[in-house]
Design a protein around this ligand. Sequence first.
Ligand code: CA
Length: 545
Amino acid sequence: MKKNINKKQVMSLLLAGFISLSGFGSFATTVSAADKSTVATTATAFPKPGTNLKIHFHYSDKYTINGANGQLLPVFQKLQEVTGYKLQNAANPAAKKSLDEFNLQAAERFPADIYGGNNTGPLMTKYGMQGAFVPLDKYFKYMPDFKKFLDAHPDVKMAITAPDGHIYYAPYVPDGGIARTYFIRTDWLKKLNLAVPKTVDELSQVLQAFKDKDPNGNGKKDEIPYFNDKWEEVVRLANLWGARVYGTDTFAVRVCLDKTSTKMYHAWTADEFRVALKNMARWYKKGLIDPEFITRKANTARQTLLIKDNTGGMTHEWVASTSTYNENADILAAVPDFKFEVILPPANGSEKGFEEHQRMAAKPDGWGISNNCKTPEAAAALMNYIFTKDGRVLANFGIEGLSYDMVDGKPIFKESVIKATGGTNNYLYGNVGAQLPIGYWQDYSYEAQWTNEVGKAGVKLYNDSKVVINNQTPILNFSKAENTTYDKINAPLNLYMDEQIQKMITGQLDVDATWPAYLKKCKDMGVDTLVTTYQSAYDNLKKKK
Ligand code: CA
């Protein structure tokens, strides 16, 4: 009889089984006689029951699928229960660099079963075309939900399809467009009787007033008018003077599309970038930009300058997490009228301001199956589960009863998650295993739940004002030859540019005096070839459309 059950029926039976059990604690102790028959049908949705899958997933230079206690994180424990597979972490939890870890595995031809992490997507495509990763499309029989998702999202499908026509990884698909916005201390504006700056000149005057007029009221000139959590984000200030800085939501991508979405160019060699650097150097000299922006430890500026010191005046950061400082108990105890609100990108003279940063259609993150995996159909079925309705809830919200409750049919985070010390995301990454950049479809409602009203108003403001640009560099899957060129040029070129641009902003090098030699060195290092490589991959992508 079982043979006659089609796959859809099996899936719904299986999901029914999962849902009926999910209200209880552990699967193992609550499977009743009736449920056992349901679990037995997983053989079809999840072939090769009992398979052992080694997962090498290392991301953000820090996290694996295991928690700090060395045990599988709850999401992966649940995945074991649902799929009937045994999952095992294969990544070194003490490793400090995720990409180094991935490259070490490449040198050993990927001995584990499943690989992934942030920025590993293009690498899996590259190694996949060399035979080291399994083409997922050959296993679509076991991935009906993933296939259905791709059919409904052709942009994502195009972004992850390799030049040889195969798909070598399931990507992390972000949800919701606007991610970073400008924030300013509106309580300081009020205190100094200043209006919200609408132009770059007005902003310059506002930041100067923050610097000079002691808005934090401690009698010291200790205010840091503009700051960011990462130095690369400080460079994005060049947007204010009309220059593009990053092509995508990745600091390593600096080849951008022109306004007509036709021609690629390197943003960091454009003349408007030179002009922007001169303005940034001027601001730095006047003390308007964080004097420690290069040496400050990454991801500490907001904590230090807003909570600890009450000296930070303005930033351009993640809208959800930044908005939550408005309800930070430590801040409000010290500064009861604290307000850090979203403002639109100021206009540069007659040119309307723009927002460069946004979430991508698909991140270059996710996971894929090594060619050494003895049971690729099992690995494919596991990855497919994440694209089912329940799998999506699991990947976004974690475990019912632990990290969320169902309210009116919707997963709602528990207070302990929303108010977690160190932020909701870090709690989900390290303690739950949700929101990890595995192959999953993000659900924006996960973030909306902990976005403060200030952040929600900001997102609406940016949407209504249509300030977000629409010519981001698409994810390009390079051919083997293009990959070789990219590998040879991009990282060393970025390193050289980083060093020179830092020196120009901080005044160690004069922008105009340095520029010709800087451009020549960039050319010597292959910047034109890099742009040509992007252009030809982009032209190929357009042909596919
Ligand atoms: Ca002060």
